[in-house]
Design a protein around this ligand. Sequence first.
Ligand code: GFB
Length: 309
Amino acid sequence: MNTTDKIYVAGHRGLVGSALVRDLRSKGFSNIVERTSAQLDLRNQQAVNDFFAAEKPEYVFLAAAKVGGINANNTYPAQFIYDNLMIETNIIHAAYTQGVKKLLFLGSSCIYPKLAPQPIKEEHLLSGYLEETNEAYAIAKITGIELCKFYRRQYGCNFISAMPTNLYGINDNFDLNTSHVLPALIRKFHDAKVQGAKQVVMWGTGKPLREFLYVDDLADACVFLMQNYNDEQHVNLGTGEDLAIRELANIIKKVVGFEGEIVNDTTQPDGTPRKLMDVSKLHNLGWKHKTTLVEGIATVYEWYIDTKQ
Ligand code: GFB
């Protein structure tokens, strides 16, 4: 991938897509194609085909997706499966028909079985039942991996897949009904501090373990794979370290400076007990994350105060 090659970043306004555009620009890539969802509905096959025929991108980062936290996944499963299947099928097929040189598809660690051995290796895919709260999203993302695999096998397309762990960063979603845990807790602790509240509610038991990767590191890893990886098997992207949600809450509480207590709402689901990625494949390829969790949370909190308040 040369700096003048035409690169389409699908989903450039989202958490992942916006980090990809920042990363690509910082590395000198200047020919980046972007479309908002208002300009191009990626669920519409004709619109996607027309866009690819007109723009003829050479490289594609498929970061467009319907995403959300545990509550959004659980509440809107039809939208999560339909939107994601349509987006990825339309883009992958158009990339094939228009002769895209290389495509990187982004999935999620929730593709793995709910009770997969830990840490989870790439080969654990499709070896057991999925976590119920995000089954619809996981099925769509597994299909994306399989599309890339079979378009490679039958048509020789250089389509690769990356499976990131839970991500966070600037441009995240802070809506308490649809967000992931990390931005939700930043907002809850901040609001409680400002309002002088005594308690912050944490969903579930606080016992599930999660791994978090800063989205700027994720973007760097995706560009690294685009430059260096050309195989069929998907690649786990993570830090290889996890912590309990309760520990995460305590870190965020400290960064924000909230002095009250944390209470559990156990009417809310815990989701999968643990999903720690085995990142030895990624490390063996020569890539490792840079940002620590505390550094990342501090940066996001600063950004949140500057832009959302
Ligand atoms: O980040 P999260 O929504 O998604 O929740 P998942 C992680 C854990 O944090 C769960 C708990 O055990 C939640 O119950 N939690 C505690 C909270 N307080 C809160 C809160 O205020 N808001 C939220 N959202 N959670 C998603 C999947 O799973 O992760 C997606 O549903 C995707 O498909 C994504 O894979 C990366 O890690 O459980």
